[in-house]
Design a protein around this ligand. Structure first.
Ligand code: TRP
Ligand code: SF4
Length: 328
């Protein structure tokens, strides 16, 4: 048996992955693989809580998302990759946990309130959406995970997982370790329009974008909002283009831009022109690996079948323990 601590995390399949996903989660997922026993899954039931009216996007995204994970360095068998909906064990634990979760905990969940505001075009006043964090708790507790790598926005959900686990342990028997969040140190990558990068805002740089598209998107990017004319001095510290330069460009170039921008020696058009090739170079090997897997879809099916089986072995055992503790 592995003596490593266990990591579990999931991602909703709601479309192609972009740089925000990479820095918000996947970079971290990859870096944990040597230290922890990692389980990463496609949270398709969680996607269903908001996409239930048009679920096609979920099915279409699953393979693509797993391809992106592999292209970004998630390695088998260091990590186990699987699909949430292939494991009914998650649903059963979710049901059991729902019995002990006070409604007030769910209603005061800040993510719930926020999403209610944001997703105005969708009716998410459903039992499923309110129960989102309970399902997430089941996903995590069923593996007796120690650590959960997530972005800062998921911290309230993880706090709820701990509260639900604590309540279970208190009511029945000490079964579940209480997992900690492993927060991703993320550079704040914004979308083309300066808002949070998101597919639904149509402002994302996708990992699969070809060079021409990258060039075009970079040219449209918002920069320092106070710099109206080329002759105005700029402030790179509040410029998203500069954030990307820091990530991808040669340090000498970064230093020059930092200096020249502040004294209006370089214009934004030129600055963006310098960025594009670096970004394209960063994406090239990722896209190559992506294409390889896109041509070998059967390999993906195999990886998922194997992962589902491995995850299920553990999930079954822990679910059985939970049932017995509850006497059901
Ligand atoms: N709610 C998470 C998100 O939107 C996805 C998720 C579902 C998850 N189940 C999980 C993350 C379990 C970590 C652990 O990003
Ligand atoms: Fe941003 Fe570059 Fe323009 Fe300065 S010159 S505001 S860093 S895009």
């Amino acid at each position: 048996m592995s003596s490593k601590q266990r990591v579990v995390s999931g991602m909703r399949p709601t479309g192609k992955l972009h740089l925000g996903h990479y820095y918000g989660a996947l970079k971290n997922w990859g870096s944990l693989q040597d230290t922890y026993e990692c389980f990463y899954f496609v949270a398709d039931w969680h996607a269903l809580t908001t996409e239930y009216a048009h679920p096609q996007i979920i099915k279409e995204s699953i393979h693509d998302m797993v391809i992106d994970w592999l292209a970004l360095g998630i390695q088998i068998p260091k990590s186990t990759i699987f699909i949430q909906s292939s494991l009914p064990e998650h649903a059963e634990l979710y049901l059991l946990l729902s019995m002990i979760t006070p409604l007030s905990w769910l209603e005061r969940n800040p993510t719930y309130k926020e999403q209610e505001q944001e997703l105005k075009d969708k009716d998410i006043h459903t039992h499923g959406f309110l129960g989102y964090p309970v399902l997430q708790a089941a996903d995590i507790l069923i593996y007796k995970a120690h650590k959960v790598p997530v972005g800062i926005d998921q911290v309230p959900h993880l706090e709820l997982t701990r509260e639900i686990g604590r309540r279970f342990n208190f009511l029945y028997r000490e079964i579940f370790p209480l997992p900690d969040a492993l927060l991703t140190e993320t550079p704040k990558i914004l979308g083309i329009d300066g808002r949070k990068m998101s597919k639904s805002y149509n402002n994302a740089l996708f990992l699969s974008d070809p060079p021409e598209i990258i060039k075009e998107k970079v040219s449209q990017m918002f920069t320092d909002p106070n710099r109206k004319r080329k002759t105005d001095p700029g402030n790179p510290d509040i410029c998203n283009v500069y954030t990307l330069h820091k990530l991808y460009s040669h340090p000498d170039d970064v230093a020059i831009i930092n200096r020249d921008c502040r004294v209006a020696e370089i214009g934004c058009v030129e600055c963006k022109k310098k960025l594009t090739p670096y970004l394209v170079e960063f994406l090239a090997p990722i896209q190559e690996r992506r294409e390889y897997y896109a041509r070998h879809r059967e390999a993906i099916d195999e990886i998922l079948a194997e992962g589902n089986k491995r995850a299920q072995g553990i999930a079954r055992q822990n679910l059985k323990e939970a049932r017995e503790a509850m006497g059901i």
